[in-house]
Design a protein around this ligand. Structure first.
Ligand code: CUA
Length: 320
């Protein structure tokens, strides 16, 4: 079973909750601190009243039990404070719910047990490119993320870039996010969705605008034809039926049941954010995915000899 130390070896993991890297997450962080502060003040008042009730001077103690105190401190104060906080919170975070602007980057993310289907949309809402478990964005641009689910309720949460919202079957929710500095921002499913819920992570990678344009342009070109060991791996990928579940753009592999592998070689993690992506972990994943992430839908290919697993891993590395 996968260990906590492996998890923590991954960049940006665990995602810090009050360390915003963009305007949307900042508004959530400000709201959190305001709530903490007001909660602290009220806790102080309650403790002071408790002290008065237990050991305070008789003069104050008798007043504490008066009807007026109960009406004011017990009913009026909570109503006023909670209403003010509700209005403040809704105003502060209203930017997260504003409708998609024409200048927004659009990404559709679908929650799956237990990984993330990613589709980059063009301005008309058509799918321009597909991927999984990693979302690339340019810094300084607002990204509208359309969230849906294909099975149970999941929740999309990248604490440093935005708030958190559920992905509900049959419904499309929208969340806006933005990164102001290049970097890797960890995300996590935040709604219990079955056995491997805790192992349903992902990465948002923010690039400088020119790097982002270069990356996306490179991905639009067809995958280079693999040679040597990777070419043998490509044949094994086909003969073992991997393409029935996985898609690789520009090849016959067109399966939609599992994560899109068109760019898997450039991904930072495997198994939806749980393992660093390298030759060893790729071989381990293909050979015995159930021991790494129990219950996931990928069958084990432990019947393949080591050199075949190595060749398939070598092929997948070339998909960038
Ligand atoms: Cu998906 Cu929890």
């Amino acid at each position: 079973m996968f260990s906590r130390s492996t998890e923590q070896a991954l960049a940006g993991w665990p995602p810090p909750v009050l360390d915003p890297a963009g305007p949307f997450a900042s508004s959530i962080t400000v709201l959190s601190w305001v709530l903490f502060a007001i909660g602290g003040v009220i806790l102080g008042l309650v403790l002071a009243a408790l002290w008065v009730a237990l050991a305070g001077p008789e003069r104050l103690r008798s007043r504490l039990g008066g009807t007026r105190v109960i009406w004011l401190a017990g009913i009026a104060l909570p109503v006023v404070v909670l209403t003010a906080l509700l209005i403040y919170g809704l105003t502060l975070t209203s930017m997260l719910r504003t409708p998609t602007q024409p200048s927004d980057i659009r990404v559709r993310v679908t929650g799956e047990m237990w990984w993330w289907r990613v589709a980059y949309l063009d301005q008309t809402g058509r799918v321009a490119m597909t991927d999984a478990n990693e979302i690339h964005i340019p810094v300084g641009r607002t990204v509208t993320v359309e969230l849906q689910s294909s099975d149970v309720i999941h929740s999309f949460w990248v604490p440093r870039l935005s708030g958190k919202i559920d992905m509900v079957p049959g419904r499309r929710n929208v969340l806006r996010m933005q990164a102001d500095a290049p970097g890797v921002y960890a995300g996590q499913c935040a709604e219990y969705c079955g056995g491997a819920h805790a192992l349903m992570g992902f990465m948002v990678v923010a690039h400088r605008p020119d790097d982002y344009a270069r990356l996306m342009a490179g991905r639009r070109r067809p995958a280079p034809v693999a040679g040597g060991e990777a070419a043998r791996g490509a044949q094994l990928f086909q003969s073992n039926g991997c393409g029935a579940c996985h898609r690789v753009a520009g090849t016959a592999a067109n399966g939609l049941a599992g994560p899109d592998l068109s760019h898997v070689g450039s991904r930072r993690t495997l198994g939806a954010g749980i393992l660093p992506n390298n030759r060893g972990t790729m071989i381990g994943w293909i050979g015995d995915p159930q021991s790494l992430k129990p219950g996931n839908r990928m069958p084990a290919y432990s019947m393949l000899p080591g050199r075949d697993l190595t060749a398939i891993a070598a092929y997948l590395e070339t998909l960038r």
